[in-house]
Design a protein around this ligand. Structure first.
Ligand SMILES: Cc1ncc(COP(=O)(O)O)c(C=O)c1O
Length: 406
């Protein structure tokens, strides 16, 4: 038989989605390391380079020793939902009840759960770009249409939300607006007044706001305003958060969705169909994370703040890099248009040159849909100061070589 029978063809939705570039470059870097035997300096993946704090690990071990290994409630064990509600209420005063939380295996599943619960064929979803890639992919999986509204790049400052651009994109089909704050890939924190502007749009137009607040503890400067701080959050918003970044628990897979109580039964129906429940003993570890000692988190955030300054200072010395000081998350997304003009390279060609010639991993801006970041590159500074120093000096060397060739 030649070719596949049609039954073996994948669905158009699955064929339309892209994977995560950070993971793809991780694999590429491993290949280069093996082939060339050169050390790799990675600013690629967004994963804290700190171990999970010990008391969290101990809580998981204890849960395993006690045989806490069965299925749990789909929405998550009550003590974890209570701990999450207490955490959110202490910080954001939204009076979230444990019945308004669904625990998920990682924030990615929370993003899927939140968007798939609301979006159907033909719905338009406005996504502030550049954006974490998963939002647009889930919208596509639901046969919705991602519509991108660019944040403005303000040289020397970073990115700001432009509510006029968002308003321009709203049509009768717009169902939701997705934001992420503090922001991956830019390291910007959208100011309280920018968030007020979005909430105002949601209220006036009856559009749902989906807010991914997974970096809410990575705030170095300025104020982060959660959507849960608005008294009427239940009428406008669904919030996604998780443990991966704050507690350095990326591999544990623990996240959650916060939504008004009335929709939780449907979210749970989808959740039980997708994953039954988050891993039992990981949920116990989550309780220890939220209720335990936050000193390791504070120390890590302080270290990240210092790295943000170091990386910005080092990049500012490189010709063609328009850097700025990131205020949150652990990313920096400089514009490199003049460097591209001077060298005649595309962003992808420059990124590949750095990887192949110098062993330095950074990500092309367009990995963060849609097109607002084509002339940018993303650095994750979830890596040591030594790597930051060595990696940026290699980038400087590469840029000088490329400019000398002109
Ligand atoms: C904005 C944003 N949301 C969600 C995630 C995924 O988090 P998790 O590993 O908990 O699924 C990431 C990971 O990089 C992220 O940057």
């Amino acid at each position: 038989m030649t070719g596949n029978p049609p039954s073996l063809n994948l669905s158009p939705e699955v064929l339309s989605i892209m994977g995560e570039t950070g993971f793809a470059y991780l694999a590429k870097a491993r290949e280069i390391k093996e082939k060339k035997g050169i050390p790799i300096y990675s600013f690629g993946i967004g994963q804290p380079d700190f171990p999970t704090p010990k008391h969290i690990v101990e809580a998981a071990k204890q849960a395993l020793d006690e045989g806490f290994t069965g299925y749990t409630e789909t929405a998550g064990i009550p003590e974890l939902r209570e701990a999450i509600a207490d955490y959110l209420n202490e910080r954001y005063h939204g009076e979230v009840s444990p019945e308004e939380i669904v625990v998920t295996p990682g924030a990615k599943t929370a993003i899927y759960l939140a968007l798939a619960s609301y979006i159907t064929e033909g719905d338009e979803v406005v996504i502030v770009e550049p954006s974490y890639y998963a939002y647009a992919m889930v919208v596509k999986m639901r046969r919705g249409k991602p519509v991108f509204a660019a944040a403005d790049f303000v040289p020397g400052k970073g990115f700001v939300i432009n509510t006029d651009k968002i308003l321009e994109k709203i049509t009768g089909k717009t169902k939701a607006i997705v934001i992420n704050n503090p922001h991956n890939p830019t390291g910007s924190i959208f100011s309280p007044s920018q968030i007020d502007g979005l909430v105002e749009i949601a209220r006036e137009k009856g559009i749902l706001l989906v807010s991914d607040e997974i970096y809410d503890n990575f705030v170095f400067q300025g104020k982060f305003k959660s959507l849960l701080e608005y008294e009427d959050w239940r009428d406008t918003s669904v919030v996604v958060n998780g443990f991966s970044k704050t507690f350095s628990m990326t591999g544990w897979r623990l996240g959650y969705v916060v939504a008004r109580k009335e929709v939780i039964p449907r979210l749970k129906a989808l959740a039980v169909t997708m994953y039954s429940c988050a891993t039992s003993f990981v949920q116990k570890a989550g309780v220890a994370a939220l209720r335990g000692d936050w000193t390791p988190v504070r120390e890590m955030v302080q270290e990240f703040k210092e790295r943000a300054e170091l990386l910005h200072n080092e990049l500012s010395k490189i010709p063609g890099f328009e850097s700025y000081l990131p205020h949150g998350a652990f990313y920096l997304y400089p514009r490199i248009s003049s460097l591209l003009e001077m060298t005649g390279l595309t962003t992808e060609e420059f990124v590949n040159y750095l990887l192949e010639e110098k062993g330095v991993v950074i990500l092309p801006g367009a990995s963060f849909p849609d097109k607002a970041g084509v002339n940018h590159v993303r650095f994750s500074f979830a890596t040591s100061k030594d790597v930051i120093k060595k990696g940026t000096s290699l980038i400087r060397e590469a840029v000088e070589e490329l400019l000398n060739k002109q």
